[in-house]
Design a protein around this ligand. Sequence first.
Ligand SMILES: NC(=O)C1=CN([C@@H]2O[C@H](COP(=O)(O)OP(=O)(O)OC[C@H]3O[C@@H](n4cnc5c(N)ncnc54)[C@H](O)[C@@H]3O)[C@@H](O)[C@H]2O)C=CC1
Ligand SMILES: [Mg+2]
Length: 347
Amino acid sequence: MSLLNPLRRILCTRPQVLALTRFSSSYVSRMRFLNRLKQDDEACAAALQDGQLVLFHRLQPLLQRGPTGTFRPVTLTCSGVQTLLQNFGSDGPLLEDSILIGCSDQNQAQFCLDVGHLDQAAVAEFCAGTFIDLRKSFFLLPGPAARLVAKAQALLRWHQTNGFCSATGQPTHRNRAGSQRVSSSSSSMIYYPKMSPVVIVLLSDGSRCLLGRQASFPRGMYSALAGFCDMGETLEEALHREVAEEVGLEVQDVSYSSSQHWPFPHSSFMVGCHATVSPAHTQLNVDRSELEDARWFTLEEISGALQAGVPSRGGPPPDVWLPPKHAVAHHLITEWRDRQRRLQASE
Ligand SMILES: NC(=O)C1=CN([C@@H]2O[C@H](COP(=O)(O)OP(=O)(O)OC[C@H]3O[C@@H](n4cnc5c(N)ncnc54)[C@H](O)[C@@H]3O)[C@@H](O)[C@H]2O)C=CC1
Ligand SMILES: [Mg+2]
């Protein structure tokens, strides 16, 4: 099979002019465009014809190393995917399984498609890319691309596991964009993709911050405390409860920092907060069934660990290292370090 010619035809090498680019390229126009595609199946089908597609194979995204050595998702045109499917003897309707995931800066609708029924190595070779496990991909890709493939994989997974109505057992059917599924029974129940809310908190006693590790974490990695919100709880209640359960402390002030969609293992909505405990009450009582260890860390220790970064594979990991850049835990720890430095400088 000749690689280069089909490749040239199928890869999106430059932005295409869209019928729908009559909108201005502003953020508001893009968001309204996307919202319309979720509601209007015909408009969505038309946008797919001019859209970009990111391929997955059994939930692994197809990546490619760019000229500067950085990874990026392989992006194909609609006709490119059709060519690929024909080449591999797959029939046309599969393209309709694609799911809307976003809109490029050039107002081009972005979709994802899982070709898990095709030969993985052959598709990868055809597209001059590699299918890479999502956890690895997430940290190889730059931020916006990492978020896009994480969202895509979460949606693909949700569709693959929500084919039936949980009330009646009848099949569910998706809309064109893949933003919902409706039960085919008389109940017409509508299902939307789900995320589990998780609160993640960096505790400070004024001069130190608290990090913990679960036995399942990679060796030596410490992170901020996190926990799933229970039904009926506010975020603040979940935060107070998780800290009490995991390390036996009572939290004082809480402030919101930032949030992120976390695809591992099953789509959590992480809400990142800072909180304080009284310097007089910092004695830990760690629940060893939840955490293998939890400790207070000084500014020097945190600064050093941030500076050292994530250990490379192969050699023995350091005693303590911190979550990588794309994790909200990393963001919280960096914010704390910067705030402590400012405080020290102003003293
Ligand atoms: N992005 C980031 O920076 C970080 C993300 N995380 C993520 O936060 C999440 C929660 O942290 P944990 O300390 O594990 O939570 P956790 O302290 O609530 O303990 C997990 C346990 O909670 C129970 N649970 C209750 N509701 C659940 C639900 N909706 N889904 C799954 N389990 C549920 C299960 O028994 C599970 O074993 C994890 O998925 C982890 O990957 C954790 C640290 C850093
Ligand atoms: Mg926890």
